[in-house]
Design a protein around this ligand. Sequence first.
Ligand code: SF4
Length: 65
Amino acid sequence: MKIKVDQSKCIGCGACVSIASKSFKLKEVGDRYKSQPIEPVGDDIKTIKGAVNCCPVKAISLEDL
Ligand code: SF4
């Protein structure tokens, strides 16, 4: 599984990081923060899907490899 974060949608709220901290990290981009997937993912699928569902701007998508 591969996580994708749409950088143009992400508002850097940190919700995904607080839910699945082994699979997402916040990265400073200019004067704001954006979520970046960690590879390989460190959380189980249920936790990652929880992060996907809590994203307020639906910036996270999952791809099966
Ligand atoms: Fe970005 Fe969504 Fe994660 Fe918030 S929950 S940091 S908007 S990807």
